[in-house]
Write a protein that binds this ligand. Structure first.
Ligand code: ATP
Length: 521
């Protein structure tokens, strides 16, 4: 019953477009993402997620919450939902007011602003992140770099603070900022959470929410935007216990890929592969908390459809690392637009708590056996929008013989789990199909209904937005009470009893059964 579908869908102009452009166009057309306030021309770097993008994001966030928060028992992780507007004093204490900057350069002719390090990277292939402005100016001058848009002369490199300020209250108001990361709420609320949850070290505090950065030149769609969602965990650890993670055994044999500093110095790009345990034995990672998160991230991103050999953890070079850090390791994914960071893992030591204590005058230490302790912190910081783009690119399929491009989203994050369709627009098939759709939804399964167009076209449409299963109500349904389930990936079909459908779809969703179990039974 597999349909012919729309053979030439999305093929027009394909050869002339890059993979990024093709995926970005599809994501726009199919309602995953579009520019915010588009009817007024919008503001660059601000996007709205459409119905499918919202579902993909919600499923991704829920998968993350289950894996990194709800299933964590030792140490436990508590979640909070803090304000996105933070006072001047808080961001002065955290260091963001003084050093949350990027190097910028402008064109003296057309007045375009650019990130100086990105300009050098794009024009010369040199990686210069973290270099001081004078050095960047020197490189620009020595290489005669000019404005990529109009060829105009470039200014000196200066630094630009990335925070967006707001005035709170009437009559000029109080100066505040939209938070540039979710972490600072967590540090400021640390003592409250510890006391209200009667938490003992080690324990974690997680937060999922919006962060804002006034990026100099937003680009590459969702990869560099001005408003984005972060999922961050601050794990608070007794300084004497940093070498002992109570659940490390669960991940010790997980294989991870790391690009070490030594390799980067030699210009090597192929990461080393070690187990989490070996990463500690060989002193590649600074402590078992960092190794624990890197192992868990390795499992998590594969479950989102990003192949194991397409990402690694890069040890940031000294010039890219804050002075207080005990080690930063970015999860970088290989994409058609280059190698991009989607998670930052940082050993933040006790820097943030210490500074907030100093500037606020409030005691944020905890008492352990009568001794005052300022915990050390290991932080994994995940970006949602960058992950969404990575999922779109790594799940995108074309040229596999079916005649249309499609998304192979893993079942648990697919925006729509199944599509119910009558074989033709005739009764009683339409009525049975609609009732089946309602029953599945009433049972908490996120399915959709479609009765427009030929069955083949509807299968194609379902594939194009990555729906894992199609459930067809055909002429046998009224007679034998059976329905046909089509599997997106293999295009195989299985006939099952309609009364078992809710249970079957639920089991396919939870992974308790595989589609092939239905075909052979
Ligand atoms: P970059 O060097 O690319 O600007 P960063 O090192 O400043 O990123 P972090 O401060 O470590 O990023 O933030 C943690 C995560 O938040 C990043 O790994 C990324 O997924 C996400 N993120 C940060 N800035 C942006 C942005 N402008 N747009 C989308 N996601 C972002």
């Amino acid at each position: 019953m597999a349909g012919k579908g729309n053979k030439n869908a999305h093929r027009k102009g394909k050869e002339s477009k890059t993979l990024f452009e093709r995926i970005w166009t599809l994501a726009n057309h199919r309602g995953f993402v579009f520019p915010s306030a588009e009817i007024y021309g919008g503001i660059s770097g601000l996007y709205d997620l459409g119905p499918l993008g919202t579902k993909l994001k919600n499923n991704l966030v829920q998968a993350w919450r289950e894996f990194f928060v709800l299933k964590e028992t030792n140490p436990p992780v508590y979640e909070l939902d803090g304000s996105t507007i933070l006072p001047y004093e808080a961001l002065k204490a955290s260091g963001h007011l003084d050093s949350f900057t990027d190097p910028t350069v402008s064109c003296l002719k057309c007045k375009k602003w650019m990130r100086a390090d990105h300009l050098i990277e794009d024009s010369l292939g040199l990686y210069v992140e973290g270099m001081p402005p004078e050095e960047l100016t020197r490189i620009i001058r020595e290489n005669n770099l000019v404005c990529p848009d109009c060829g105009g002369e470039l200014s000196e490199v200066t630094v630009f603070n990335l925070m967006l300020s707001v005035k709170v209250g009437p009559a000029g108001g109080q100066t505040a900022f939209l938070r540039p990361e979710t972490a600072q709420d967590i540090f400021m609320d640390f003592k409250r959470v510890q006391q209200s949850m009667r938490a003992k070290l080690p324990f974690g505090i997680a937060q999922i929410g919006k962060s804002y950065r006034n990026e100099i030149s937003p680009r590459q769609g969702l990869m560099r935007v001005r408003e984005f969602t972060q999922m961050e965990i601050e794990m608070f650890i007794h300084p004497k216990e940093i070498g002992n993670h109570p659940s490390f055994d669960k991940v010790k044999d997980i294989k991870i890929r790391i690009l070490t500093r030594e390799q980067q110095e030699k210009g090597e790009t192929e990461p080393v592969e070690v187990t989490a345990q070996e990463s500690l034995d060989k002193k590649i990672l600074p402590n078992p908390y960092m190794a624990y998160y890197i192992a868990k991230e390795t499992i998590f991103y594969q479950s989102l459809g990003i192949p194991y050999d397409k990402f690694h953890f890069r040890h940031m070079m000294p010039e890219e690392t804050p002075f207080y850090s005990g080690g930063n390791f970015d999860l970088e994914v290989e994409l058609s637009i280059g190698r991009k960071e989607i998670v930052g893992n940082a050993y933040r030591t006790n820097y943030d708590l210490f500074n907030h204590m100093k500037k606020s005058g409030k005691d944020l230490s905890v008492s352990v056996d009568g001794e005052k302790v300022i915990p050390e912190v290991v932080e994994p910081s995940f970006g949602v929008e960058r992950a969404i783009y990575c999922i779109l690119e790594h799940c995108y399929r074309e040229d596999d013989g079916r005649g249309w491009s499609w998304f192979k989203f893993p079942i648990k994050i697919a925006p729509i789990l199944a599509l119910v369709l009558p074989l033709v627009r005739r009764e009683p098939l339409m009525e049975i199909a609609f009732k089946t759709y309602q029953t599945l939804r009433e049972n908490g399964l996120d399915v959709d209904y479609d009765d427009r167009g030929s069955i083949g076209k509807r299968y194609a449409r379902a594939d194009e937005i990555g729906i894992p299963f199609c459930i067809t109500i055909d002429y046998d349904t009224p007679k034998a009470n059976t329905v046909t389930i089509r599997d997106r990936d293999s295009r195989k079909q299985a006939v099952v009893n309609k009364d078992d459908l809710v249970e079957i779809i639920r089991k396919l969703y939870t992974g308790t059964i595989k589609f092939d179990d239905l075909v052979s039974s």
